[in-house]
Ligand binder design. Structure first.
Ligand SMILES: [Zn+2]
Length: 366
């Protein structure tokens, strides 16, 4: 089985199996959550399967044992709490040196191989330089920069990239996601299935943080479509919300940075989604009054945020999107969270007030 949505990796792995010219060592590298470990396991399956040469049959006892993790010719190493140590690597080298037991080769799969400490990497290097004949070593990593360059140079490179949107959607629907949920999670995922699941979890289990952030940004003002005659966002309530949010962030410490970045990412997607739709259709968002309500049944955060944004014009939404993007980047780059949020609140309020100011001037001049 070739990795889906990974044409370069697929070409290398298929080529090796088809020609029978299989290297002693492969390094599966690329972003987290794009299928490297799955592809490595399938490659091992194909190497050990007695039924066919070019791919694993997936059904024989050898294939099933690889999937079940109990094939006598496969050992899998994954990091423990303190990483991958020399004892683990030594036991792996002993395993490889005793030769195949049942299959044509003996395989080692080292997951997150960048977690090897220096002594472990040096021990492995000896085996990579002079591997026993019937061995295949497969390494995966999200961070090839953390590997010794000597380890990298002894492995055939198998590059992975972000998964395309349609592949992600398909993989998510195979996991039981509805089409709408799969599409949204895929849009937020940055090409990673792991991140898609995280973002879905964030939307489903949002503890109100995202809604609180959006409502605080909106200045807790009533939106025009509810009949309020808001001429400017109530600045004092917006500032109060900012102060509260800032206090909450500082109480929960630096752990909040990642959450906030995720919330800002979702907010950005909401702004982009709202920006791309004509104003009259925006009230049809699930979660908005009279909306289809599908998302609200599944947690609803996304729909509610969209409903909150429904009163803004495309030009304001575009400007807000730029501010949110800058804030997200600053927080990712370790800026002071309180200051970054404060700047976002001020700029958000200015953009909205400015738009409403020019709207009322226009109406007054008619
Ligand atoms: Zn098989």
């Amino acid at each position: 089985m070739v990795p889906e949505g990974q044409p370069r990796a697929a070409r290398i792995l298929k080529g090796a199996l088809g020609s029978g010219k299989v290297s002693h060592a492969y390094l599966f590298h690329g972003p987290a959550g794009v299928g490297k470990a799955t592809a490595a396991r399938h490659f091992v399956m194909a190497l050990l399967c007695p039924q066919t040469r070019e791919q694993a049959c997936g059904e024989c006892s050898s294939c099933r044992r690889v999937l079940g993790g109990n094939h006598p010719d496969l050992q899998v190493l994954s990091p423990e709490l303190d990483g991958l140590g020399i004892a683990q690597v030594r036991s792996l080298i002993r395993f490889l040196s005793s030769g195949p037991y049942q299959g044509p080769v003996r395989c080692a799969l080292i997951l997150d191989s960048d977690q090897m400490n220096r002594p472990a990497a040096n021990a492995l290097l000896k085996t990579l330089e002079d591997p026993p004949v019937y061995t295949r070593l497969l390494l995966t990593t999200d961070n090839p920069a953390h590997l010794l360059s000597t380890v990298i140079s002894r492995c055939q490179s198998v590059p992975f990239g972000p998964l395309p949107h349609d592949v992600l959607e398909k993989l998510l629907s195979q996991r039981g996601f509805s089409a709408e949920r799969a599409s949204l999670a895929a849009a937020l995922a940055g090409g990673s299935i792991t991140r898609a699941m995280e973002m879905d979890g964030l939307l489903a289990d949002d503890d109100g943080g995202l809604l609180a952030l959006t409502r605080a940004l909106m200045g807790q003002g009533r939106s025009d479509r509810e009949g309020g005659s808001r001429t400017a966002v109530d600045s004092s309530s917006g500032i109060r919300a900012a102060v509260e949010l800032r206090a909450r962030v500082s109480r929960s410490g630096e752990g909040q940075r990642g959450n906030l970045v995720q919330q800002l990412t979702v907010l950005l997607c909401c702004l982009a989604e709202a920006w791309g739709k004509p104003a009259e259709s925006r009230n049809n968002y699930p979660g908005a009054a009279g909306g289809t309500g599908r998302w609200i049944e599944e947690g609803g955060t996304y729909g509610q945020v969209l409903a909150n944004l429904a009163g803004y014009s495309p030009s304001v939404l575009g400007r807000l999107g730029g501010y949110v993007m800058e804030t997200k980047r600053a927080i990712e780059e370790n800026a002071n969270i309180g200051l970054a949020l404060e700047a976002l609140f001020l700029r958000w309020r200015e953009a909205v007030n400015h738009a409403q100011g020019s709207r009322s001037t226009l109406q007054a001049s008619r």
